[in-house]
Design a binder for this molecule. Structure first.
Ligand code: DQA
Length: 147
């Protein structure tokens, strides 16, 4: 499988950014852990982090016909980007939404995900491990779908 891994705004600051909430792992170390898992599963990954909504949307469109699924931490866009949500609906690719923190036990505005209704599912609260759990879930989903 070919999987696109998208990281939304401010995730480039992991390691520095609010370590009490998001942990001390950097994005580079998260990607390294994901790459190791992907190799074991026989998955090819491509990574993109962007602070810009339109850049993420463009990349989702490009994934149409070339990727089998998307693993995504949309960052704060999770809570209000109908444009990102519509981009996912447009390409009809399975998306697994991941969050480092458990968004459901944080501020009220983080309890809503406008992405969740167009995702296969959501994994939140396991820190850097959320990404690995998300990749495993997406892999299993694709296998069971039989592609
Ligand atoms: C986050 C949670 C979001 O509410 C926040 O805006 C982020 C990170 C997470 O991974 O826990 O940027 O998506």
């Amino acid at each position: 499988y070919n999987i696109l891994v998208l990281h939304g705004p401010n995730l480039n600051m992991l390691g520095i950014r609010e370590p009490g909430v998001y942990g001390t792992s950097t994005l580079a170390s998260i990607e390294e852990r994901l790459s190791n898992l992907a190799q074991a599963l026989g998955i090819r990954l491509e990574f993109l982090q962007s602070n810009h909504e339109g850049v993420l949307i463009d990349r989702i469109h490009e994934a149409f016909g070339t990727k089998d699924g998307i693993l995504m931490n949309p960052g704060a866009f999770t809570h209000y980007s109908y444009a990102l949500r519509d981009a996912i609906s447009s390409v009809q690719l399975p998306v697994v939404e991941v969050h480092l923190s458990n968004i459901h036990k944080r501020e009220t505005f983080r309890h809503t995900s406008v992405i969740a209704p167009v995702a296969v599912g959501q994994i939140a609260g396991f820190g850097a491990q959320s990404y690995e759990l998300g990749l495993l879930a997406l892999h299993r989903f694709l296998e069971e779908r039989g592609e």
